[in-house]
Design a protein around this ligand. Structure first.
Ligand SMILES: [Zn+2]
Length: 328
C-alpha cells in the first residue's frame, strides 16, 4: 500500500461521525478495551467516539455473553431512582405517561409507578423485559434499539439512564427519542461526562472507557446539540463514583490490581452470575462476617458519596433534565 493510499484511508476513517469534520485532534489509546482501539476526539464539535467502531453484531454478541443486568445491585439502583424521580417531579409536577428506554430490570419504572406515573419500558434484552412483565406487571416493549418506533408524541417524559453512550448513531437515536415525546415534554438522561476532571486525568484508563461505550460526550457538545434539537436544559446534576477514582489511580500502579473485584466486595450475599470469579471471592469472605460487615459499611458510605451532587468540572457522570420545545 502506497503512502498516499494510507493517508487517504486515514482521512476517510477518522472524520468525525457527528459533524463530519476532519479536524480530529487528540486521541486516547484505550488499552482497557483492546490494543487496537482508541477514543478519537473531534476538535470542531467536542464529540468522542470509539475507533474503529465495533459492528452491531459484535456488540450484540458481547451483551449476550456478559449479562449486564443482575438483581443484586437493587439497593443502589433504587436509591438513585428515587433521587431521579424527585428531580423529574420538580419539572413535571403533573404525573403523566413516562417511557424508560433501556429499562433493564425495571428499578426506575417500579419507583416511578409507585410515585403515580403511568409507566412503560423499552428494553432490547428479552429476559430483562420479561422479568419486568412477570415480576412488576409493567408493560415493556422488547425490541432492538434500532426498532424504537412507538406511537409518536405520546409520552410526557422519556428517560435514558446510561443508554446514549451505547448506541451506534447517537444523533439519529436522539431524534427517535424526541419524536416519542409530546411538545413541552421532559427528556432525562444519565451519561458519562467526558469533559470532567476524572476523564481528563485518566484518559484511556478512565472507568467509562468501555467496550460497550461507543460515544463520549463533552458538555460543550451537549449544549450545542441540545440547543440545535430544541431541548432546553433545565438542570444538570453531576456526580463522581468512588469506583472510578479507585480504578483510575490503580491504573497508574506498575502492577495490576483487580479493582473490579474489590469494588464488588460488600454486596451482601451477592453472587453475580456473570462473574464466577467474584462468587468465589464472596464465598471466601462469608467465613468472616466481621469483614463482610465492614465492607458493607464502607460500601454504604461510598454509595452516599456516589449519589451526592458535586460541581460539574469535577464529576464523571451527569444527569440532564431537558424540556422539548413546543414546536409541533
Ligand atoms: Zn465533530
Amino acid at each position: 500500500m502506497g503512502l498516499k493510499t494510507k493517508l487517504d484511508n486515514l482521512k476517510i476513517t477518522t472524520c468525525c461521525p457527528s459533524c463530519g469534520s476532519i479536524r480530529v485532534g487528540e486521541k486516547w489509546p484505550a488499552h482497557r478495551i483492546s490494543l487496537e482501539k482508541s477514543i478519537f476526539w473531534c476538535s470542531n464539535c467536542g464529540f468522542g467516539w470509539q475507533h474503529p467502531l465495533p459492528s452491531q453484531k459484535e456488540i450484540r454478541d458481547y451483551y449476550e455473553r456478559f449479562t449486564a443486568y443482575n438483581i443484586h445491585g437493587a439497593n443502589e439502583k433504587e436509591k438513585s431512582a428515587i433521587k431521579r424521580i424527585r428531580r423529574i417531579n420538580k419539572l413535571m409536577p403533573n404525573r403523566g405517561h413516562l417511557l424508560d428506554i433501556g429499562s433493564g430490570l425495571g428499578y426506575f419504572l417500579k419507583i416511578a409507578q409507585k410515585d403515580g406515573w403511568k409507566v412503560s419500558g423499552f428494553e432490547p434484552q428479552k429476559s430483562a423485559a420479561l422479568f419486568c412483565q412477570d415480576h412488576l406487571g409493567i408493560n415493556v416493549y422488547a425490541d432492538s434499539i434500532q426498532n424504537l418506533i412507538l406511537e409518536s408524541k405520546t409520552f410526557d417524559v422519556v428517560t435514558l439512564w446510561d443508554v446514549w453512550e451505547h448506541v451506534h448513531d447517537p444523533l439519529q437515536f436522539l431524534d427517535q427519542c424526541m419524536s416519542l415525546l409530546s411538545p413541552g415534554g421532559l427528556m432525562a438522561m444519565a451519561i458519562p461526562n467526558a469533559s470532567g476532571l476524572p476523564a481528563k486525568i485518566f484518559k484511556g484508563q478512565w472507568r467509562y472507557v468501555m467496550k460497550t461505550h461507543l460515544n463520549y460526550f463533552t458538555l460543550p457538545y451537549i449544549h450545542r446539540i441540545f440547543s440545535e434539537k430544541g431541548l432546553e436544559i433545565k438542570q444538570i446534576c453531576h456526580t463522581i463514583k468512588i469506583q472510578s477514582l479507585l480504578q483510575g489511580f490503580a491504573s497508574w500502579l506498575p502492577f495490576q490490581v483487580g479493582t473490579e473485584n474489590i469494588i464488588r466486595i460488600g454486596r451482601r450475599g451477592s453472587v453475580e452470575y456473570d462473574r464466577p470469579e467474584q462468587a468465589k471471592t464472596e464465598g471466601q469472605l462469608e467465613k468472616s462476617p466481621a469483614l463482610v460487615n465492614l465492607f458493607a459499611f464502607v460500601r454504604a458510605i461510598c454509595l452516599e458519596i456516589n449519589l451526592t451532587p458535586i460541581p460539574g468540572s469535577l464529576g464523571d457522570l451527569m444527569e440532564l433534565y431537558c424540556l422539548k420545545d413546543l414546536r409541533e
